[in-house]
Design a protein around this ligand. Structure first.
Ligand code: TXA
Ligand code: MG
Length: 339
């Protein structure tokens, strides 16, 4: 056990945090998506400590965060035209681009792959931390492996207290789900490995073809070959059993739930839904953007209040909503009730 410092967002604390990173320590920090667990991406010992603190499988690569385009030179072998255009349009922001890595990014960081996912976050605290640390920062989401990603410093403390040097508190994350992860099958094809706020529709003007990996929609076999190792692992799940219900309207959802409630049953509803008598309900917005913002926060809230079974209203699968659909389905192990 180490003493984990909770640092408020001041210049002095940012400098302290940057010094910790330079010393090879682990510091959790806010990004616009979720909190990340940061370490110097070039240091094997520090990156190993990230995997250990999270309990993360060694073959699941980390995203490397930069604060300036000039940092790309030392990290990736080449930046194709299409990547440059996307970086110009979407960075800083919630887009991770997978590119061939250089040797200074060790195999521990890339999970043994010869590529690395790069992202320039827009959160001011993240940007300052990276530039003060003077190194690319490898950062997975700052949760214990398998749990929902943290969107507040308190969530990070709940998972990581005693395991890491410090947590920088930057308030609640604006986006709420992790970045869109993409790679290029060829110079004209964008392959979405993980959906996020930046949607397939947003990316369409930049390539001849943009498609979403099938693992986003369906459970893949345990021995299947995957394009992104993170797809293999159960993810984002609170302790409570999450059960999405695909209902044509609120009334049919309500009827189903009333007939199938058990001990400690809760519901996660849209804001526009009414309450259900006799069943405690939380709400998670109406639009995809609101739902993304609230989903992981509500998952952690449901665990805190002792929920055991949670029926969830099904999000849409278009635009940014697909990111919510994907996280929910993964939390449910792709089990769904269709009415
Ligand atoms: O928004 C985010 O992306 C957050 C914040 C902290 O930046 N980070 C995050 O990291 O969500 P993590 O480690 O929880 O998820 C990274 C995902 C994993 O599913 C991983 O398999 C995939 O990105 N990934 C990373 N590098 C990859 C690569 N070289 N090829 C394919 N997939 C990669
Ligand atoms: Mg994660």
């Amino acid at each position: 056990m180490i003493n984990t410092r909770l640092l408020q967002n001041t210049q002095e604390n940012l400098e302290t945090a940057a010094q910790l990173i330079r010393d090879g320590q682990l510091v959790a920090f806010p990004t616009e998506t979720v909190y990340g667990l940061g370490a110097d991406a070039r240091r094997e010992d520090s990156v190993r400590a990230v995997f250990a603190a999270k309990g993360r499988p060694a073959d699941n690569p980390l995203i490397v965060h930069i604060s300036d385009l000039s940092m790309l030179d030392g990290i990736v072998k080449e930046v194709p035209e299409i990547a440059l255009k996307l970086a110009e349009s979407f960075w800083p922001g919630p887009l991770t681009i997978v590119l061939p890595k250089q040797d200074c990014i060790p195999a521990v960081t890339s999970g043994g792959l010869d590529t690395v996912g790069i992202r320039m976050p827009s959160h001011p605290v993240a940007r300052k931390l990276i530039s003060l640390s003077e190194c690319p920062i490898a950062a997975p989401s700052a949760n214990r492996s398998g749990l929902p990603s943290p969107t507040t410093a308190k969530h990070v403390m709940d998972d990581m207290n005693g395991r890491i040097a410090a947590v920088l508190d930057g308030g609640q994350c604006e986006v709420g789900v992790e970045s869109t992860v993409i790679c290029f099958d060829n110079p004209e094809t964008i392959h979405i490995l993980r959906p996020g706020l930046i949607s397939q529709e947003d990316l369409t003007p930049y390539a001849k073809r943009v498609y979403v990996d099938k693992a986003v929609f369906t459970q893949i076999a345990p021995d299947a070959k995957v394009s992104s190792p993170g797809m293999k692992y159960k993810h984002y799940s609170p302790k409570a059993k999450i059960l999405p219900v695909d209902a044509p309207d609120f009334e049919s959802f309500q009827n189903y739930v009333l007939q199938h409630q058990q001990n400690h049953t809760y519901c996660l509803l849209f804001d526009s839904d009414s309450e259900i008598e006799g069943i405690p309900c939380l709400h998670y917005g109406d639009s995809g953007v609101q739902q993304a913002h609230d989903l992981f926060f509500r998952f952690r809230e449901l665990d805190a209040i002792g929920a055991e079974l949670v029926y969830v209203r099904m999000p849409r699968q278009t635009g940014a909503d697909l990111s919510v659909y994907n996280r929910l389905m993964r939390a449910a192990g792709f089990e769904v009730i269709r009415l």
